[in-house]
Design a protein around this ligand. Structure first.
Ligand code: KG4
Ligand code: ZN
Length: 337
């Protein structure tokens, strides 16, 4: 079964063709980083307008790369939630037009579940596992029991993890997106230079939740308060100390979730899963086994959408032309979707 996946939930415009939920026949990922860079973050209006301009060309190139004609497709999949409404609508409208025109099934897919499906496109990962999705828009620790079902254990109560990296990077004038720049700069710094706080939310209902706004404020407004004066107050030391604090507060919750759930396999996804400190720390954990998709499949892409959709279509799920988008992020709600 050949499924075409459309992903336009944020600032990547991507279309892919995937066979049987496992083999990527062709994929185009057009990133809008240059469009949003000057603003230091994604501008929703610009994102949706750019998707409108690009989607048709991205589709044509994806089919060309796959060597597949539109008439050979068996289904059209599209991300419908969560994400920027205006951007989601562009992908959805395009997908509806295709499905209607070709007379083949249409299926809307959840973006978070698609991220957690991504590694299956490169290797078979057994369920259940702990999902760790950390990007500019998501911070989720979840128990994932099959491709369609997850229970959110923890999330952020304010900023997303990648958002915190981006805001600190902006403060240090490192450009956008800032995660990679912080990661690089941190390798030249000493993480002992600043002892940043980890706000204690870990009681009761918030056992696995994180908060990044306090850490961001500490870096931006209260730096001296946390400065260990044996070290220089420079950007590399700030980056290293921030990165360590940001990742460790996340991993602390992840390890707690692993212990409580008994799950030992962790599937990571989202842009922050590329972070070198995070990968090193997880690898050093004696009991956990971490699986990462390649960098291309870690960030937003159409293949993860098409891959997950294959399973939806196989079990008979279908959407019709009344399908709509939803911006909602899991947030505090612990049941999902
Ligand atoms: O998954 P993604 O490409 O887009 C979405 O947000 O959906 O993730 C982008 C985020 C940005 O916030 C970026 O700064 C962060 O991932 N990021 C990183 C690294 N690479 C990307 N954060 C920390 N370390 C990295 N190496
Ligand atoms: Zn994403």
């Amino acid at each position: 079964m050949r499924v075409l996946g459309v992903e336009t939930s944020c600032d990547e415009c991507s279309v892919a063709v995937v066979e049987d939920g496992a083999r990527i026949l062709g994929q185009i990922i057009a990133t809008q980083i240059d469009q949003h860079g000057p603003y230091g973050g994604v501008v929703p209006e610009i994102a949706s307008r750019t998707h409108t301009e690009w989607i048709s060309g991205v589709y044509t190139r994806a089919l060309q790369e796959a060597g597949v004609a539109a008439s050979e497709l068996d289904g059209i999949a599209v991300t419908t939630r969560p994400g920027l409404s205006g951007s989601l609508v562009v992908g959805l409208s395009f997908a509806k037009g295709l499905a209607f025109g070709l007379g083949i099934p249409l299926i809307g897919v959840d973006h978070v579940l698609a991220h957690l499906y991504a590694p299956q496109l490169e290797q078979e990962v057994e369920y259940p596992f702990l999902g760790l999705l950390v990007s500019g828009g998501h911070t989720i620790i979840a128990r994932v029991s099959d491709p369609f079902t997850m229970q959110v254990m923890g999330t952020t109560i304010d900023d997303a993890c990648g958002e915190a990296f981006d805001k600190v990077a902006k403060h240090l004038n490192l450009g956008y997106p800032g995660g990679v720049a912080i990661d690089r700069l941190a390798s030249e710094g000493d993480s002992r230079a600043f002892n940043f706080p980890d706000p204690s939310l870990h009681k009761g209902d918030h056992r696995y939740d994180v908060s990044y706004s306090g850490l961001k404020t500490a870096v931006v407004n209260q730096l001296d308060q946390f400065w260990n004066r044996e070290f220089e107050k420079n950007n590399a030391n700030i980056a290293a100390s921030f990165q360590k604090a940001a990742v460790e507060l996340l991993l602390k919750r992840l390890y707690r979730a692993a212990e409580d759930s008994g799950l030992r396999r962790v599937v990571a996804g989202g842009g922050v899963a590329a972070n070198s400190y995070l990968r090193r720390s997880l690898a050093e954990h004696p009991e956990l086994d971490a699986v990462y998709p390649s960098l291309e499949l870690c960030t937003d892409n159409g293949a993860m959408v098409a891959g997950l959709a294959y399973h939806h279509l196989r079990r008979g799920d279908r959407d019709d032309l009344t399908l709509d988008v939803s911006a909602r992020v899991a947030g505090f709600r612990k049941t999902y979707p």
